[in-house]
Design a protein around this ligand. Structure first.
Ligand SMILES: C[S@@+](CC[C@H](N)C(=O)[O-])C[C@H]1O[C@@H](n2cnc3c(N)ncnc32)[C@H](O)[C@@H]1O
Length: 245
């Protein structure tokens, strides 16, 4: 059964525009790029690159970035926008890259869209060179546990608005729809991701829940800061990997 991405590709492209949607443009881009600028990365892989926006940003920083995504319509658009780039139709669960060949692997808000997170994280760790970095932006589990179509916001009996969620520890897949996009998302609690990453012998070197930049729209930014929305994690593959023996 389709996960909705192929059918949603054009609506997704429209939702991102030139600069990305609000959460990317005003919340996550700056802290993600701040981590990228801290080291002289040379060869990067963007897993679930969509229409290639973050790959283009990496390439603008002089990094040789390859983008992979299983959604053909998105990869076709990425190639149109960046004909010199390297964009491939491929899934995270079986990466066509050799072991230890990349010094930066990025998953920018793609983990909740990937059906087999265990295989994907194993593959991301495999292709990283010792000393390499896995940079993850993910939707907070608190958020993905909410009623996706209401985006978790509900009215309390006293009239206040609050963010609600339930069954946080239960993993589930569900449909979410907005702006002509209709896709499946996998809710997993934070411990699922942490365990999978730790089991690969990766070491957490940075963790953040970035605030929205009020420069875009102060009212909207304040709204973003009311509930856990995004998280940023940076994991390093040790030069000696205890998990591999
Ligand atoms: C929310 S979009 C994020 C796209 C891009 N990283 C960005 O931030 O604009 C999630 C992406 O995950 C991709 N995706 C779905 N299943 C995947 C899989 N098995 N492996 C890799 N990517 C997948 C979708 O095609 C989609 O492009």
């Amino acid at each position: 059964m389709s996960d909705g991405w192929q059918e949603s590709a054009q609506a997704w492209i429209a939702s991102q525009g030139d600069e990305g949607d609000f959460g990317r443009r005003w919340v996550m881009d700056a802290p993600m790029l701040e981590r990228v600028r801290r080291r002289p990365f040379r060869r990067a892989l963007d897993v679930g690159c969509g229409e290639g926006r973050f790959c283009r940003m990496l390439r603008a920083h002089g990094i040789l970035a390859v983008g992979i995504d299983p959604t053909e319509g998105l990869i076709a658009h990425a190639r149109t926008l960046d004909p010199e780039g390297d964009y491939r139709v491929e899934a995270a669960e079986a990466l066509g890259f050799q072991d230890g060949t990349l010094d930066l692997v990025v998953s920018y808000l793609s983990l909740i869209d990937i059906p087999d997170a265990a295989a994907a994280i194993r593959e991301m760790a495999r292709v990283l060179a010792p000393g390499g970095i896995l940079l993850i932006a993910n939707l907070a589990g608190y958020n993905s546990a909410a009623d996706a179509n209401e985006l978790g916001w509900t009215t309390l009996p006293d009239g206040r608005r609050a963010h609600a969620m339930d069954h946080y520890l239960e993993e589930k897949v569900g449909w979410i729809a907005w702006k002509g996009i209709r896709i499946q998302n996998w809710h997993r609690p934070l411990s699922t991701y942490m365990t999978l990453l730790l089991n690969q012998g990766l070491r957490l070197t940075h963790f953040a829940e970035p605030r929205a930049d009020p420069g875009g729209d102060p009212v909207r930014a304040a709204h973003y800061d009311r509930a856990p929305w995004f998280m940023l994690m940076e994991w390093e593959k040790p030069a000696f990997n205890p998990a591999s023996g």
